[in-house]
Design a protein around this ligand. Structure first.
Ligand SMILES: C[S@@+](CC[C@H](N)C(=O)[O-])C[C@H]1O[C@@H](n2cnc3c(N)ncnc32)[C@H](O)[C@@H]1O
Length: 264
C-alpha cells in the first residue's frame, strides 16, 4: 500500500513530506521556546531579546569558553551558555543560605543534560575569588540587587564591576541584562508592588556606561515598556508583544530593561 502510494502518487507523497517537515519545524520551535521560557522565566518576550543582542556581538557557539554566572539563582543563563558548548561556574551569594535555589538550578541543568558543563559555587559579587580566569561573565537582574545585602555601603555596584574586571581574562566579556528605572509610572507601580519597601537599584540608562568606564568597549540596548505590568506570564507575554511594536516610538531612556555587552 505504502509502495503504491510512493510510486504512483508523487504529488501526495510530496505533500505528505511537506506536512511532516512543517510539523518537525513547529515542534523544533516549540521546543526552542520552552527552553527560552526555562532560561528567562519572567516577561520572556522582552528579556529574551538579550540573546540576539549578545549573539550580534559575540559568537558563543561551541567555543568551550570558561564562563561565570553571577547572581544566577536558578541558573537560566548558565543553562544557555552550557547548551551552547561552554563551561560555566553557576554562582549566587544565596546558595549557602537558600540551598533550595541551588537544588532548582541543578534540576534545570539536569533536565537539559548539561550537568557535566556546569559547576556551582557560592560567590559574592563584591568579593569574587578569581583573577584573570573567565572569558565571559554573565548576569541577569543581579547588579541592581547587590546593594540589598550590603545596605548603606557606597558605590556598591562599581565595586561589583571592579571585581568582575579582575576575574575576567584580558579581552574577557560581560553579558548583562538589568532593570532600568524607565518612567514615573514604572517606579510608582514598583513602590506599590513592594509596599514602598524596595531597596533595588533601578538604573537610569545614562548611569550604565559610566559604570563600565574602565572597560575598552560597551554596547547597550534598551527594550521593554509594558511587559513589566503584566500580573501573570500570560499577560506579560501579551504586553511584551505590544512592546515589540511600541519600542519603535518609546524613547530609549523610558524602556525598563537594559541589555549590555562589555569588553575588557
Ligand atoms: C532578582 S534575582 C535574579 C536571579 C537570576 N539571575 C534570574 O534572573 O532569575 C537577584 C539574584 O542576585 C543575587 N545577589 C544579590 N546580591 C548578590 C551579591 N552581592 N553577589 C552575588 N549574588 C548576589 C541574589 O541572591 C539573587 O539570586
Amino acid at each position: 500500500m505504502q509502495m503504491c502510494f510512493k510510486n504512483n502518487n508523487p504529488l501526495r507523497h510530496c505533500v505528505l513530506k511537506k506536512i511532516i517537515t512543517f510539523t518537525k519545524i513547529k515542534y523544533y520551535h516549540k521546543m526552542e521556546q520552552s527552553i527560552i521560557n526555562d532560561i528567562i522565566t519572567w516577561d520572556v518576550v522582552n528579556w529574551s531579546k538579550s540573546f540576539s543582542f549578545w549573539e550580534k556581538n559575540i559568537d558563543i557557539k561551541n567555543k568551550n569558553y570558561n564562563c561565570l554566572e553571577i547572581g544566577a539563582r536558578q541558573g537560566g543563563l548558565s543553562l544557555w551558555l552550557a547548551l551552547n558548548g561552554n563551561q560555566v561556574v553557576c554562582s549566587d551569594i544565596g546558595y549557602d543560605k537558600k540551598p533550595q535555589e541551588l537544588v532548582k538550578a541543578k534540576q534545570l541543568h539536569e533536565k537539559y543534560n548539561c550537568q557535566d558543563k556546569i559547576t556551582y559555587q557560592c560567590i559574592n559579587a563584591l568579593d569574587i575569588p578569581y583573577e584573570n580566569e573567565f572569558d565571559i561573565v554573565i548576569m541577569k537582574s543581579t547588579l541592581g540587587g547587590v546593594r540589598q545585602f550590603f545596605m548603606g555601603e557606597p558605590n556598591i555596584e562599581s565595586r561589583a564591576v571592579e571585581q568582575i574586571y579582575k576575574c575576567l581574562k584580558p579581552d574577557g566579556k560581560i553579558l548583562f541584562i538589568e532593570n532600568c528605572s524607565a518612567t514615573f509610572v514604572h517606579n510608582f507601580a514598583r513602590r506599590v508592588k513592594y509596599k514602598f519597601d524596595n531597596d533595588w537599584n533601578y538604573f537610569k540608562l545614562k548611569e550604565i556606561k559610566p559604570l563600565f568606564s574602565d572597560f575598552k568597549r560597551i554596547e547597550t540596548k534598551s527594550v521593554g515598556f509594558l511587559g513589566t505590568f503584566g500580573r501573570s506570564e500570560r499577560q506579560r507575554h501579551f504586553l511584551g508583544k505590544i512592546d515589540n511594536v511600541l519600542e519603535n516610538v518609546i524613547p530609549k531612556k523610558n524602556r525598563y530593561i537594559v541589555i549590555g555587552y562589555v569588553e575588557k
